[in-house]
Write a protein that binds this ligand. Structure first.
Ligand code: NAD
Ligand code: WQD
Length: 339
């Protein structure tokens, strides 16, 4: 198939682009490089020994977007492009609504104009807000608690309305839990700009000496060891989930929602211990105050994806940490100063 991948230079997009190329698809990537480095795509090309087409383009640039759809007739669009920093979305909500919601509307307009009917959307477990109905199923009521999460929730609603208006469309809404890890080669991985907000990249940067210690945001939650529990999922499992969803959409019309998680929760302390095993030494950490807005626990019921897609995550927390560490250790400053 010919597939348009938006945001394909980013963390999840680059790993999924690699999986798509390895599965024999032709890929065109569009990305504004607002939060990524085009070096990721050079490496994806190296690893797959295949070429891909890259266009530096912002989804807010309607004219350039239309050109992409006139140059190639796509079978499907996989849409990763978006801003994802929760804190920034709270201080700059309009930036998030414009970039994520308006950007997606522009993409859908261009797609519909070109007659493309198959769409895979990066949603997030964040749409469940701080629901304590665990495990979270696709039927758990939504209730995002910040502007970033609301862009995802609104886009899910927009996609549902769109499919209702055109029954010939096939749309997959994939709700990712906590994506971590890196391709097993260590050549591509997560390269956050500035200080990472997320746990794994921060722990990895402590291990490589970029920060003094990990701050554990609270050890008095109602969880087995008091620290927050999340459903971490290896980015390559996530990438494979996209291939399974695309495959499903080839024979089914409608809008479908799937959680992509492992179904297992791990605490902050368990993550630090697993990362220590990967690195082979202890890492410095200290307990700090709870982070405002954090919930105690979040993990998926991932049975719907297994039932419908035949997909389930196969890589465990130790592999996530080993692969994340291989990437961080050989690329201590990310793509810019890689060995
Ligand atoms: P990322 O920032 O690494 O990748 C997103 C890419 O989109 C970046 O390369 C960025 O430059 C690009 N982009 C942003 N706005 C754009 C625009 N207007 N036009 C063109 N390109 C644009 O993030 P990621 O972790 O790979 O996330 C990919 C998607 O998955 C996002 O939609 C994110 O919200 C969603 N998601 C991520 C997580 C996570 O924890 N990483 C969890 C759930 C959902
Ligand atoms: C995980 C756990 C923290 C950092 C966020 C977004 C969500 C989604 C994924 C996109 C929590 C604890 C963290 C640190 C810590 N993104 N922690 N010290 O909060 O589950 O989700 O990323 O859709 O929208 O909200 O992930 O990695 O930030 O935190 O103790 O330095 O680690 O309190 O328990 P989270 P996270």
């Amino acid at each position: 198939m010919k597939i348009l991948v938006t945001g394909g230079a980013g963390f999840i997009g680059s790993h999924t682009t690699l999986a798509l190329l390895e599965a024999g698809h032709d890929v065109v990537v569009v990305d504004s490089l607002a939060n990524s480095d085009v070096e990721s795509l050079r490496r994806v090309s190296d690893l797959s020994k295949k070429t891909l087409t890259f266009r530096e383009l912002d989804l807010l640039d309607v004219e350039s977007l239309a050109e992409v759809f006139t140059e190639t007739i796509f079978d499907a669009v996989v849409h990763f492009a978006g801003l994802k920093a929760v804190g920034e979305s709270v201080t700059s909500p309009l930036l998030y609504y414009r970039n994520n919601v308006v950007g997606t509307l522009n993409l859908l307009d261009a797609m519909i104009e070109a007659g493309v009917k198959t769409f895979v959307f990066s949603s997030s477990a964040t749409v469940y807000g701080d629901s304590d109905a665990l495990p979270l199923t696709e039927g758990t009521p939504l209730g995002a608690t910040n502007a970033y999460g609301r862009t995802k929730e609104q886009l899910e609603g927009i996609l549902t309305d769109l499919v209702a208006s055109d029954p010939a469309m096939s749309v997959a809404i994939l709700r990712y839990f906590n994506p971590v890890g890196a391709h097993e080669s260590g050549r591509i991985g997560e390269d956050p700009r500035g200080t990472p907000n997320n746990l794994l990249p921060f722990v990895a940067q402590v291990a490589v000496g970029r920060h003094e210690k990990v701050s554990i945001y609270g050890d008095d939650y109602d969880t087995p060891d008091g620290t927050g529990v999340r459903d971490y999922i290896h980015v390559m499992d996530l990438a494979e989930g996209h291939l399974a969803a695309l495959d499903f959409l080839m024979s089914q019309k409608g809008v479908f929602r799937w959680n992509l998680g492992t179904g297992n929760g791990s605490s902050v302390l368990e993550v630090i211990r697993a990362f220590e095993r990967a690195v082979g030494r202890n890492l410095p950490y200290a307990v700090a105050a709870r982070r405002p807005g954090d919930s105690a626990m979040s993990f998926a019921d991932s049975s719907a994806a297994k039932r419908d897609l035949g997909w389930s995550a196969t890589r465990d927390l130790d592999q996530m940490c080993a692969d994340h560490w291989r990437w961080q250790n050989t690329n201590p400053e990310g793509y810019t100063t890689s060995k």
